[in-house]
Design a protein around this ligand. Sequence first.
Ligand SMILES: [Zn+2]
Length: 248
Amino acid sequence: MPVYQAEALILRTYKLGESDRIVVFLTRDRGKKRGVAKGARRPKSRYSGALEPITRAGVAYYEREQRDLVRLNFVEPSRSPLSASGDALGYVGYFAELIDEWAPEAHTDERLYRLGASVTDALATGAPVEPLVRYFEYWLLRLQGVYPSLRRCGACGAALGETASMPPRDTILVCRECAPSGTGTVLSAEALTFLRFATACTPEQLRELPLGDSAARQLEDAHRRLIGAHLEKELKSARVLREMRHVR
Ligand SMILES: [Zn+2]
């Protein structure tokens, strides 16, 4: 049985049998894998604390011929979201679910891996969470080639000015002249400035640009629509996060 070592991001786990777990993880160089972690649900398991969503870890696993499931040999966390603040922890499931949805099976996507890893690092070093979430969504959509242009109106091709809007039944950004008044998702000057800044900055640099509540809601709404259009569903964790905010 060939054994592989890789840098990986843990995405999620589920129960297997009496005491094991199946771990879904994204490797930097060999795509997404599913592996059996033997005894991971026992109280003193060597995997305890290592399998939280978006943990960065070194992993070793055996690949078995003709089997989709690999067998994990070890998972050594190098950076864990558990060191992030309480607010941020609510989001780790959302980050992981998005990466899981977008990571192709057994197909390498190093840029996606690097985006996920940079988010784990930013969370662990206390980057502001809300801007980080909007940044992550923006880049995820951009890497898939589905983020609309921030420079040109998707309807008439004119340069987009300070504000833009996403029409109710389309996922393009249009200029003020093309926007039917008061409908769709409006992106204010603050929201557009944030996106243009995000295009060229690292997650750590996000603290240099404050993101107000209303601009954050505009981006959340636009991104929810883009993600929904491309995955053709709403993510469970996104719904939970929205409901949490309404309760507060
Ligand atoms: Zn236009």
